[in-house]
Design a protein around this ligand. Structure first.
Ligand SMILES: [Zn+2]
Length: 327
């Protein structure tokens, strides 16, 4: 009934400009995933977005308008409870006919264990030579007996699955499949959009490899541990993070541990993130030769839409290269 009323409330103008076949009402949790969904839905409709603006999925609180958006959705795409904890309850209370796609469960996705401990001490590679591209170089969680424990209680995978173009292709394929199933009339369009996106993601991967080639393997320190998937694809070396996850601010011990490590590594660059207080970054680099930059792994500063994913990935690569090559 709700949908019927919504349809009746549409203005005549909207109805005239709408596609001949009603497409499902699609809602997406966060901007990077929304961007992939928007690519797949190009020429059909624009998906709704829950976390707009500069919020972080780690700390966001659901607003009444978000709840309304979700209640009217036919399909909801989200990463999963490890990332968007603010959606866990609202998703449980969705109408029974709403389809929920938890993308972190997508088969074929590269999933990496959460790292613990500020400076990843068990993986301090020191001067040894190593190959980041090799699958054998696995940041296995069981190496990290020490350090602070993350608050995540199950599975303990790093949920920033989108920061890798191979994963983006797997996600895009799952998104297209879910949309085609819900909306078979538009399936050929979803498929064509998926093929185009796949090609663009391959090109993006090649472009970023070129961007970061001059600075591969130079250590950086990041604000929160969001970049494993990016590191794996592009051979970036993250020597530590100021916090595992922004829900938990680091204690003094962790800050001084990272500060010491910066000194030992003669590192390089420490990156703030736009939605978090940069004061901690300044504390960490005090008295070291490290430079600072900004990375935006959750697209806080970017405008939503199909191009966002590309701007997001290029932005990270460009900031890393700029900061490291200025040394
Ligand atoms: Zn994050």
């Amino acid at each position: 009934m709700k949908k019927l009323f919504a349809a009746l409330a549409l203005s005549a103008a909207t109805m005239l400009s709408a596609p001949a076949l009603a497409s499902p009402n699609v809602v997406v949790s966060i901007k990077p995933i929304h961007s992939l969904v928007a690519s797949i839905m190009k020429g059909i409709a624009e998906p709704g977005l829950v976390l707009k603006g500069a919020g972080s999925p780690h700390t966001y609180q659901l607003k009444p308008a978000d709840a309304e958006l979700l209640q009217n959705a036919d399909i909801v795409f989200w990463v999963g409870p490890e990332l968007e904890r603010f959606l866990e309850k609202p998703i449980e209370s969705l109408p029974k006919n709403a389809r929920v796609v938890e993308l972190e469960d997508t088969p074929g996705l590269l999933k990496l264990p959460l790292r613990e401990g500020g400076a990843f001490e068990a993986h301090d590679h020191g001067e040894e030579d190593h190959d980041h591209a090799g699958e054998a170089h696995d940041h296995s969680a069981d190496d990290h007996a020490e350090g602070d424990h993350a608050t995540h209680s199950h599975e303990e995978h790093d949920a920033h699955i989108w920061l890798n173009t191979s994963n983006a292709k797997v996600l895009a394929s799952a998104i297209a499949a879910a949309l085609s199933e819900a909306d078979p009339a538009n399936a050929p369009r979803y498929k064509a959009n998926l093929d185009a996106l796949d090609g663009n993601l391959d090109a993006l991967s090649a472009e970023i490899k070129t961007t970061v080639a001059p600075v591969r393997d130079k250590p950086i320190v990041v604000f929160h541990d969001a970049y494993q998937y990016f590191e794996k694809e592009f051979g970036i070396r993250v020597a530590g993070s100021i916090t595992v996850s922004p829900e938990t601010l680091p204690g003094a011990a962790r800050i001084s541990e990272i500060h010491d490590k910066l000194g030992r590594l003669a590192a390089a660059c420490v990156f703030a993130e736009p939605q978090f207080e940069p004061r901690l970054v300044n504390v960490v680099i005090e008295g070291t030769a490290a430079r600072t930059g900004t990375l935006d792994p959750e697209a806080a500063t970017l405008n939503e839409g199909p191009d966002l994913y590309f701007a997001l990935m290029r932005g990270i690569a460009g900031s890393i290269r700029d900061c490291l090559s200025a040394r």
